[in-house]
Design a protein around this ligand. Structure first.
Ligand SMILES: Cc1ncc(COP(=O)(O)O)c(C=O)c1O
Length: 392
């Protein structure tokens, strides 16, 4: 064979979930709770057109030029203000603009992971991040978690056992469960993190989508010297602009920028100029408010439908924000076995096992993503899914 795939390449491959997404692309009739994307009806075409005109008026043709690897200075300024409002207080030179939150995660992994390095994750956790870690040769180890996130005693024990490169956390509106780590748990976890002298990578892309309850300061606020903070404008403006923002200790950022330069030189100046015009604008804020109102309604429709249709023995999370609800069936319920029958019946979801690090993950979980589904289809979609759960 001529093609010799690297170990990092061989560590990640497509599987049944990719097959399902391929099938979904040919089945527009399916009510899909599988995709964690914004509502297409809310993608702000007119807003982006007017922001682009405003950006040209302000920045001229410089937005068509190469720029610094760190990021477009006006966007870095706006990003600093945005992050400060979440408790991520840092100097402007601790920030960089990445190509999406995904790009930010990859950049950090390039600087922090050697083959064989250990990354500790919550159970369950965001599946694609595990793919990124493994593509860098890392070993991903799940740490026991509960409804409030990673358990401090379990994290303490895992850090004592493993020489850990970093701990990957999603403290707010977690993907896939929707759970949020309360302030007290953040404090307990940060005490463990600081005592062990280890880094946390905090992935915080859903924080603006809060439907009820009070905002919780970012994990960064509890451990600013031990945290890399990653966020993105994909869920509030548009994923296609690929704007990620990352804050981190200066000595790490130097390496991240040198490595990012070799990947893409910089994130698109054009898109960064649009993002700079969006952040802090009244029209941008109005769009986020509209989005939050729409998703809050969908979440209410979804939880009402779950209460109405799911059989006894099934429970679900009640998130305060984000895009996801997590269902847990009885111990012997096998969500993987429902993927194909569900598609045949006209509904799609992601099985929970895909969000665990271990091959012997529990198979009784289901992740539902509600943002992308029209509100009018949520009730019938859940009725279809619940019928399959009942019959399984
Ligand atoms: C937890 C989490 N992190 C990162 C991302 C990637 O976001 P971006 O579009 O900014 O790359 C997603 C996207 O769904 C996500 O759910």
């Amino acid at each position: 064979m001529i093609t010799k795939i690297s170990r990092g390449g061989a560590a990640v491959s497509s599987g049944p979930i990719d097959d399902m997404f391929a099938a979904l692309s040919r089945r527009p009739d399916v009510i899909s709770f599988a995709v964690g994307a914004p509502d297409p009806a809310l993608l702000p075409g007119e807003l982006v057109a007017s922001l682009t005109a405003d950006a040209f008026a302000e920045y001229g043709n410089s937005m068509l030029q190469y720029g610094s690897t760190r990021g477009f200075p006006p966007l870095l300024d706006k990003a600093q203000t945005l992050l400060a409002g979440r408790g991520v207080t840092c100097s402007p030179d601790q920030l960089h603009i990445a190509t999406g939150g995904s790009g930010a995660l990859h950049n950090v992994c390039m600087a922090l992971l050697d083959p064989g390095a250990v990354v500790l994750v919550e159970t369950p956790t965001y599946g694609p991040a595990m793919k990124v870690f493994r593509s860098h040769g890392a070993i991903v180890v799940g740490v026991e978690s509960d409804a409030y996130g990673i358990r401090p005693e379990a994290l303490d024990a895992a850090l004592a056992q493993h020489n850990t490169a970093f701990v990957y956390l999603l403290p707010t509106f977690q993907n896939p469960t929707g759970r949020t780590m309360p302030t007290e748990r953040r404090r307990q976890v940060s005490e463990v993190i600081i005592r062990h002298g280890v880094m946390v990578v905090e992935d915080d892309v859903y924080v603006e989508l809060r439907y009820r309850g009070e905002p919780v300061p970012a994990f960064w606020a509890s451990a600013p010297h031990n945290t890399v903070y990653i966020t993105s404008l994909s869920k509030t403006l548009a994923p296609a602009l690929r704007i990620g923002i990352a804050a981190m200790p200066l000595d790490l950022l130097d390496h991240v920028l040198a490595l990012k330069q070799g990947i893409d030189m910089q994130t698109s100046t054009f898109n960064q100029a649009i993002a700079a015009t969006f952040l802090g604008s009244a029209t941008g804020a109005a769009h986020v408010t509209r989005t939050v109102e729409s998703y809050a309604l969908k979440l209410a429709t979804l939880t009402t439908a779950l209460g109405k249709y799911l059989p006894p023995g099934f429970s679900w999370s009640e998130p305060e924000g984000g895009m996801f609800v997590w269902i847990e069936g009885p111990g012997d319920f096998d969500a993987d076995a429902l993927i194909v029958p569900a598609l045949d019946a006209g509904v799609a979801f992601l099985p929970g096992a895909t969000f665990y690090a271990d091959a012997d993950a529990p198979r009784n979980g289901i992740r539902l993503s509600f943002a992308n589904v029209p509100n009018s289809e949520i009730d019938s979609g859940i009725e279809l899914l619940a019928a399959l759960c009942k019959a399984s």
